[in-house]
Design a protein around this ligand. Structure first.
Ligand code: NAD
Length: 519
């Protein structure tokens, strides 16, 4: 790895997280300088456009070594009792607490989200560790009453093997930890392919974990890291040695991964794009709705899978909502996300900026009215060309562009007339089904929204925005969002294989369904 040590903003954080030129590659155990071949991947900060480091991408031969190492580690790890595995995850949580500030800062520098959100992301990792520790004593199966006399039936869960985790740039570390910590207590081992846009935070996590493994005399192959682009993701998808692939990213990517994994009868857990809406009825607390909508639309510069993309507002309060948004948007501080007070940081790169401007252009062509924003910021502090002014566009729900997830801060303001059923119809009328919310103090409206006639999304909130989920619930969405669930609740079951056991403690052999088979 080649680290740019002139980089003032972050230079002190990198060594603290073990990121230095002679960083071990975590792959073959060699120093990265010694690893054969391996194209260099340049890592830039979206904050100032500076190159932070160049990291070697994994080669095919090295990839196979990683898988073999993981297989060996699985053989060891699955034999450990689940509460012991939980104890190791507890120690990882303690280590993450120690590195919260520096890792949070690196998340901000590499990905561009504001420092508060960078810290929040690491907190989410700590929270999932705590959750997984408890879970390590609760991997329950059910017991059932057998229809046959002197028989007992129950189910148990066994570890699966290697879990491949392909993650997106926007939650560079939290999403991996949702998968990896749960998988670890379940007795699985993990091979992580982070986004090629954010490999450094992944390396930092690997360093933190490595120390914990070493202190406990455990093999490194329990948690593996492979750095590379889509090709490595594709190799994981088609690899029969990997029974479960958990992939987070665009629907385009998820369709490919899902097809490839299904073709080899593997399991996939897909967490894909969203197109999330808040419904604001005429019975809403408007101030609360506005705060939630602004955080949802411009937080993480609109680059959350749960970002609010559509605000569906009743005609009687439409002008009021529009006015309040237009009061707030001009005062949003846009700039360096490491600085206190900044609310909107940069987009990840210039491609993201291009898709933002293309989205606005398309919305205009389809008849949308841009109320505010849409420009690329220039001048001091904005030299990287990655800062944009968040935009609000009055739109119709059937615009093509409204059907798409533009991963940028564009909020479509959509008017609805009549009752809650009309609002829900608009809200559900997109291909994606991740997060949704309603603001209303009317129980008939909120209960309709939550009923089987209501939101078709994996997440449906009342008087809370679309973004900012807690780890305790199962996270994921329907339709083109992929149907996967990870994180809390019983999402752990995906990481294990279920076995039904029937035991006959009698001296006869009765058959199920009363079948007679006399020999
Ligand atoms: P992306 O699809 O471009 O990349 C995601 C990951 O997939 C990267 O690691 C990438 O290298 C890999 N990849 C790309 N093509 C692949 C292929 N053909 N085979 C295997 N791997 C491949 O997404 P992104 O731009 O990094 O992230 C933004 C997207 O992620 C948005 O659509 C967002 O909604 C989604 N996302 C969803 C969730 C969720 O939980 N539903 C969470 C975060 C992000």
């Amino acid at each position: 790895m080649i680290v740019n040590s002139d980089n003032q903003s972050i230079s002190h954080v990198l060594p603290e997280l073990g990121i230095r030129e002679t960083n071990p590659s975590f792959i073959t155990g060699q120093e990265s300088g010694e690893s054969p071949g391996g194209q260099l991947l340049d890592v830039f900060s979206p904050i100032d456009g500076q190159k932070i480091a160049s990291v070697k991408m994994i080669e095919e031969t090295e990839y196979n070594q990683v898988v073999e190492k993981a297989q060996k580690a699985f053989d060891f790890w699955r034999k450990k009792p689940a509460p012991y595995r939980g104890e190791i995850v507890r120690q990882i949580g303690v280590a993450l607490r120690k590195y919260k500030d520096s890792l949070g800062k690196l998340v901000t520098y590499e990905m561009g989200k504001i420092y508060q959100e960078g810290l929040g992301e690491v907190q989410e990792m700590i929270d999932i560790c705590d959750f997984a520790v408890g879970l390590s004593r609760q991997l329950y199966g059910l017991s059932m009453h057998s229809e046959r006399p002197n028989h007992r039936m129950y189910e148990q869960y066994h570890p699966l093997g290697i879990v491949g985790v392909i993650s997106a740039f926007n939650f560079p570390v939290a999403v991996w930890s949702w998968n990896a910590m749960i998988a670890a207590v379940c007795g699985d081992v993990v091979i992580w392919k982070p986004s090629e846009k954010t490999p450094l935070t992944a390396i930092a996590c690997q360093n933190i974990i490595k120390d914990v493994l070493k202190e406990n005399d455990l093999p490194e192959g329990i948690f593996n890291l492979v750095i590379g682009d889509a090709k490595i993701g594709a190799a994981i998808s088609s690899d029969k040695r990997i029974p479960l692939v958990s992939a987070t990213g665009s629907t385009r990517m998820g369709k490919k991964v899902g097809e490839t994994v299904a073709a080899r009868m593997g399991k996939s857990l897909l967490e894909l794009g969203g197109n999330n809406a808040i419904i604001v009825t005429e019975n809403a607390n408007i101030e609360m709705a506005i705060r939630a909508a602004v955080f949802g639309a411009v937080g993480t510069a609109g680059q959350r899978c749960t970002s609010t993309r559509r605000l569906i507002v009743h005609e009687n309060v439409f002008d009021q909502v529009k006015k309040r948004l237009l009061d707030i948007y001009p005062s949003l501080s846009i700039g360096n996300p490491l600085e206190e007070g900044t609310l909107v940081g940069p987009l990840i790169d210039k491609d993201a900026v291009n898709s933002f401007t293309a989205g606005i252009k398309k919305a205009k062509e389809e008849g949308g009215e841009v109320l505010i924003g849409g420009e690329i910021l220039e001048g001091p502090g904005y030299e990287s060309g990655t800062y944009v002014k968040p935009s609000i566009v009055i739109a119709e729900s059937n615009f093509e562009i409204v059907q798409e997830e533009t991963f940028a801060p564009i909020l479509y303001l959509i008017k609805y007339k009549g009752g809650i059923a009309n609002a829900v119809e608009i809200q559900n009328n997109v291909r994606q089904g991740l997060s949704s919310s309603i603001f209303s103090d009317n129980i008939q409206e909120t209960e309709y929204f939550l009923s089987h006639l209501g939101s078709d999304c994996g997440i449906a909130n009342v008087n809370i925005g679309t973004s900012g989920a807690e780890i305790g619930g199962a996270f994921g969405g329907e339709k083109e969002t992929g149907g996967g669930r990870e994180s809390g609740s019983d999402a752990w079951k995906v990481y294990m294989r279920r076995q039904t056991n029937t035991i006959n403690f009698g001296t006869e052999l009765p058959l199920a369904q009363g079948i007679k088979f006399e020999i």
